[in-house]
Design a protein. Structure first.
Lengths: 783, 350
């Protein structure tokens, strides 16, 4: 009989559970289907690849909770269930199903990691005890209930100690005490809000390292990747800048961690994948386990993309009883999944926050996750990689040096360094620029000097670019090797970006394309997973093909308003084009996506979605470009790319402009006699106040060319209008503000359609169309 | 930084920047894919006579520790008492390392040992070239050159010329003779940690002449195994006397030759920390540390020996063992350093 497996998804996206679980779920389904398994998926998230038609055999758009999943189990009678591909949501649901006896009742076995291992990693006390039996150390600590006991416990552990209130969310009431007096103060506060406190060895200032570990049913173990957090312990990995492989560990540390990872995965009995986080003391080399995640995680998605090792795919195969040596390495086609990737490049992951969209939210970061997305950059020097990553954020940075901050007072910078914030990287670079010493920065940030020295190298080149009388070829090449973009160089030299690009092309300075092959070149790769770097002298030869080519741009980092739906668009576009005989080139820099799986497109450039880089890729590939499936980031590139000579497939850039540019769009509506709310475009506060008298409050305000309502607001009176403009400090000359009458009590319709050369082909949703007002249909038709 | 060049015998010429010792070096150009462990690799005597390319582009990040002697002629941090590689090729070397155990930079270390380095090389491109055409002689030079003729290297100097006895802290009562063909110190450290008394003997001395020996181990080492004639003869004696034997790396190839099997040169060798090996007797797989350019031909094994391990990447032989006697050898390095030590249980076999 055909095996039926139930897969739990992660449900709605939330901070901490995002696109990475669409990646892991989709890979798992693919891996299971290859083995002839019937896959039933429970996931209510419609905007994902895994819930697309043609992947799973049955999809239930139901909440991932025990009550609903039980109904699915009763109906579908699966033999097995997979809990580790849908984040904490799926894992928790699985624990509930187990505890309520539902799995036993319907004879459903948990595939892969056994429930005992999952429970052991979720229960702190059991976890610590289990690891102690194999001599793997964890942070020393003790739970205390009375003030009377604190002094003895702290003395046992040794100062400084970390104090945490029990059952408190997000580290509330926690702090570090370096002596008894501080401890008493902290403990008193903590005990006031909780019946118990934990006094633990303080890991303040320790370095944080993670390993991705895999084990099969025959006890074969590998570590696929190690990653080092640039930020010290205390900053959530999701909030941290992360590099792969580790940069500051020596061989003995690297392999001691690896050994402990394997000991732990064996002892816990995990089958599949787990993530282990370690802390290492920067001057004594003492190491401790922080925690184990017995499931695929955001880190494992990152590790997969960073190394080319398809962790989720392999974990799913292991769950149904395959062993590592039996699974082929999809990258080389001739070796197996039992090996540890050798990397010959540097990977930098950077988190993307979107805190501007909320009022009254502090930009400090800590043990709680606030970031909503991330980017991954690849290069052959750290400097190049981190500068690329900062641009990939699409958050207004041209590199790690932000000219807005370098003018800040030293005292202000020093103060800022002490607190970890979302802009700490840029603060550090400004501090270096202002001459604050590396030792001083280290004291305030506990970021390993290795990283600070590298940032200092970038600052040195920045200064060289500032003072050089003449930008000669050698300096230009040096700047490119240190990751400077043409725009960044142009801004420093106070010339147009085009000037630098031309100079570069005249001097034959261009990036080279390299492959990610999991083997550091030891074996030829059959896949085309690519990145660009200036720290090279040649490109990897790529296979030629006679097929017509198209380049599709992905969505970049997830942020509020850009999410998995755009990944869905990109993947569907690639698949459709492939079906029609095209060779498809995908460009994206978001590791939490399916579009960046190396086997989705024919060529994957894990690269910046910038005009400069797309032009570089175009120069090598000569493929026309699709910009309309990657959301606002790629859509915004339509015009500049077209101007630079890249053929844009689909809607003409001029027409994209007509739709995006509020004034042009409104004029179009007027000319078609389509009614629209009263509106106006203004370039100063004065004219805004004047114009609003005609429109009348409430009004909807927004700058032109924005994403998903960033800085968009409804304003009810003149006072709010003034403070809105002053607060955001818009450059209204460059980006005029659009004010539209805000209709209250109106009904809103969305209409999607597909058209070719101005002719409508498809309406969606179709059932609405029949009772849709005829006038509305006509309007759409005219547009 | 002064300019310098890397030449390969096929005519390839690559410009770069000199670091370490400014001078010339000649050797067989090989690549290693390990991402850590440059102090261990360069002091590994198996790299004697070779110019080593690191495929990982940033080398020297954690600086270089002290030698730290734990016994006469035994270091805690290095694999021998000097750098044996002839030259080093990197993408970038780190001039400002960060590690509490570091006492000097990578470049300063090379300079003090008179080893030339060349940086600014696209090590991936170079590695792909060697992968496709095989390892070849090369030359690092501070001056542009048009040709060179490689000189054959004599490797036997890697073996320490007199006997050294190492006593373990906690003895297990057993005594092992270790034939030194350029032994990595980690092998000695590992045997001592297990409680063996170790007598390290020169490559050309006969271990069967020693009294009170419970077993013989033969170390790793550089070059073509067929050039180690005296050692092969001595291993034959050990086998004939039924003394338990463990061969590691070169020691594995020498056992094969001693029992009448054959060895051959691999196109570009196995040098890295991620080489997967399968134990054919248990079907269990291990990630291993490797550094070798030759391999044993399993088809030539006499019938009383069987293949023990194979490499999962290219299916070449990684270990052999006698059907009934305690005579075993492995191609990989169970002691790691650099790299993983998942298979270090093998040391207890003697």
């Amino acid at each position: 009989m055909k095996q039926t497996v139930l897969l739990l998804g992660s449900g709605a996206l939330k901070i901490g559970e995002a696109g990475e679980f669409d990646y892991s779920g989709s890979q798992a389904i693919k891996a299971l289907k290859e083995e002839g398994v019937r896959v039933i998926l429970v996931n209510p998230n419609i905007a994902t690849i895994q819930t697309s038609e043609g992947l799973a055999d049955e999809i239930y758009f139901l909440p991932v909770t025990a009550a609903f999943v039980e109904k699915v189990i009763a109906k579908e009678h699966p033999n097995g269930i997979l809990l580790s591909f849908g984040g904490q949501t799926a894992l928790n649901c699985g624990i509930d199903l187990y505890r309520q006896g539902i799995l036993k009742k319907y004879h459903v076995s948990i595939l892969g990691t056994p429930i005992s291992a999952i429970l052991a990693t979720e229960d702190r006390k059991e976890f610590v005890e289990k690891l102690a039996t194999i001599g793997v150390p964890t942070a020393r600590g003790k739970t205390v209930f009375r003030m009377h006991d604190i002094a003895a416990v702290a003395r046992d552990i040794g100062y400084p100690v970390m104090v945490r209130a029990g059952f408190a969310l997000g580290g509330m009431g926690s702090g570090i005490a370096t002596n008894l007096r501080e401890l008493e103060r902290l403990a008193q506060n903590a005990l006031a809000m909780s019946p118990q406190i934990v006094i633990e060895q303080s890991l303040f200032g320790w370095k944080e390292v993670e390993y991705e570990v895999v084990r099969d049913k025959n006890d074969n173990c590998i570590t696929v990747c190690n990653m080092e957090n640039l930020d010290p312990v205390g900053i959530h990995t999701g909030e941290s800048i992360v590099v792969a492989p580790s940069q500051t560990l020596n061989d003995s540390e690297y392999y001691r961690f690896r050994q402990m990872s394997i000991q732990a995965i064996r002892m816990l009995g995990i089958i599949g994948e787990c993530n282990i986080q370690f802390a290492i003391h920067p001057t004594s080399g003492e190491i401790l386990v922080i925690e184990v995640n017995a499931r695929l995680s955001r880190s494992s998605a990152l590790a997969s993309k960073a190394t080319g090792y398809p962790l989720a795919y392999v974990a799913a195969k292991l769950a149904i009883g395959k062993t590592l040596p039996e699974i082929p390495n999809l990258m080389t086609g001739q070796t197996t999944a039992f090996f540890e990737p050798a990397i010959d490049y540097i990977v930098v992951k950077m988190p993307r926050w979107d805190l501007d969209k909320f009022s009254r939210v502090e930009n400090t970061i800590g043990s709680e996750m606030k970031s909503v997305g991330e980017v991954m950059s690849i290069a052959r020097s750290f400097e190049e990689a981190i500068q690329k990553a900062s641009r990939m954020l699409h958050d207004g940075y041209a590199g790690v040096i932000d000219p807005l901050f370098v003018g800040e007072k030293k005292s202000a910078l020093l103060n800022k360094l002490t607190h970890s914030t979302t802009i700490r990287l840029f603060t550090i670079c400004s501090a270096i620029y202002r001459g604050i010493s590396i030792d001083e920065i280290y004291r305030r940030t506990n970021i390993d000097r290795w990283f600070l020295y590298k940032l200092q190298n970038i600052v040195s080149v920045y200064k060289e670019l500032e003072v050089a009388n003449h930008l000669d070829t050698a300096l230009l090449l040096k700047a490119k090797k240190f990751g400077f973009s043409d725009k960044q160089i142009a801004d420093i030299r106070k010339v147009a970006e085009k000037v630098i690009r031309n100079k570069r092309s005249l001097s034959h300075i261009r990036p080279f394309t390299k492959r990610i092959d999991t083997m550091a070149g030891e074996f030829p790769a059959i896949t085309n997973y690519l990145y660009c770097t200036y720290n090279a002298t040649g490109s990897d030869p790529l296979p030629a093909s006679n097929k017509p080519r198209i380049m599709a741009l992905g969505c970049g980092p997830y942020s509020i308003g850009t999410s998995v739906e755009f990944d869905w668009c990109a993947v569907n576009t690639v698949q459709t084009l492939k079906k029609h005989g095209y060779e498809v080139i995908m460009v994206n820099c978001n590791p939490e996506t399916v579009s960046t799986d190396f086997d989705i497109s024919d060529r994957l450039y894990f690269e910046e979605l910038s005009q400069e880089r797309i032009l570089d890729i175009y120069a090598a590939e000569h493929a026309p470009c699709i910009v309309s499936v990657g959301g606002q980031v790629s859509n915004n590139l339509a015009f500049p790319l077209a101007v630079a000579g890249v053929p844009i497939v689909g809607t003409k850039p001029a027409n994209i402009y007509r739709a995006e540019h509020r004034k042009t769009f409104s004029n179009l509506l007027d000319s078609l006699h389509i009614p629209q709310p009263e509106w106006g475009e203004v370039r100063s506060l004065e004219s805004a106040i004047k114009k609003v008298q005609r429109i009348g409050f409430p009004i909807l305000v927004r700058p032109s060319f924005v994403l998903s309502g960033k800085a968009m607001d409804v304003i009810h009176n003149e006072k709010d209008l003034v403070s809105y403009v002053q607060h955001h400090q818009f450059d209204l000359i460059e980006y005029p503000m659009v004010m539209t009458k805000f209709l209250t009590g109106a009904l809103e319709f969305d209409l999607d359609g597909v058209a070719q050369v101005g002719k409508q082909l498809v309406w969606a949703p179709n059932f609405i169309i029949s009772w849709f007002p005829r006038r509305l249909r006509l309007c759409t038709h005219f547009m | 930084m002064p300019k310098c060049y890397l030449y390969l015998i096929d005519g390839t010429s690559l410009p770069g920047e000199a670091f370490g010792y400014v001078g010339d070096a000649e050797g067989e150009v090989v690549f290693s894919t390990g991402m850590s462990g440059y102090p261990q690799s360069l002091t590994d005597p198996s790299f004697a006579g070779q110019i080593l390319i690191f495929t990982y582009p940033l080398i020297g990040n954690y600086g270089v520790p002290t030698y730290k002697a734990v016994a006469p002629h035994l270091s805690a941090n290095f694999e021998s008492e000097r750098i044996w590689a002839k030259g080093v090729v990197v993408g970038q070397h780190c001039t400002r390392p960060s590690h509490y155990e570091s006492v000097r930079t990578f470049s300063d270390w090379l300079a003090s040992e008179k080893i030339p380095g060349i940086s600014g090389i696209d090590t991936r491109m170079l590695t792909q070239k060697i992968r496709d055409t095989g390892v070849m002689p090369g030359f690092i030079s501070s001056k542009p050159r048009h040709s060179f003729s490689p000189t054959p290297a004599d490797y036997t100097s890697v073996s320490f010329s007199s006997k050294i006895v190492y006593k373990p802290k906690k003895a297990n009562g057993k005594h092992v003779a270790l034939i030194d063909c350029g032994v990595k110190h980690a092998i000695i450290r590992e045997l001592l940690a297990l409680g063996y008394q170790v007598t390290r003997i020169p490559h050309d001395s006969d271990p069967t002449k020693l009294t009170g020996i419970d077993g013989v181990a033969c170390s790793n080492g550089p070059g073509d195994p067929k050039d180690w004639g005296k050692t092969i003869v001595n291993i034959r004696r050990v086998v004939d006397c039924d003394i338990p034997f463990l061969g590691i790396c070169l020691g594995h190839q020498l056992l094969a030759l001693a029992i009448g099997a054959d060895t051959y040169k691999l196109k570009y060798g196995h040098r890295g920390l991620n080489q997967p090996c399968l134990d054919l007797s248990t079907n269990k797989a291990y990630v291993t540390s490797q550094n070798h350019g030759y391999a044993v031909d399993p088809k030539t094994l006499p019938k009383e020996y069987s293949e023990w391990f194979i490499n999962l990447n290219d299916r070449t032989n990684e270990g052999i063992r006698h059907q009934s006697k305690k005579i075993v050898s492995i191609q990989f390095h169970p002691e790691g350093n650099p790299g993983p030590f998942d298979a270090k249980g093998i040391f207890s076999i003697i």
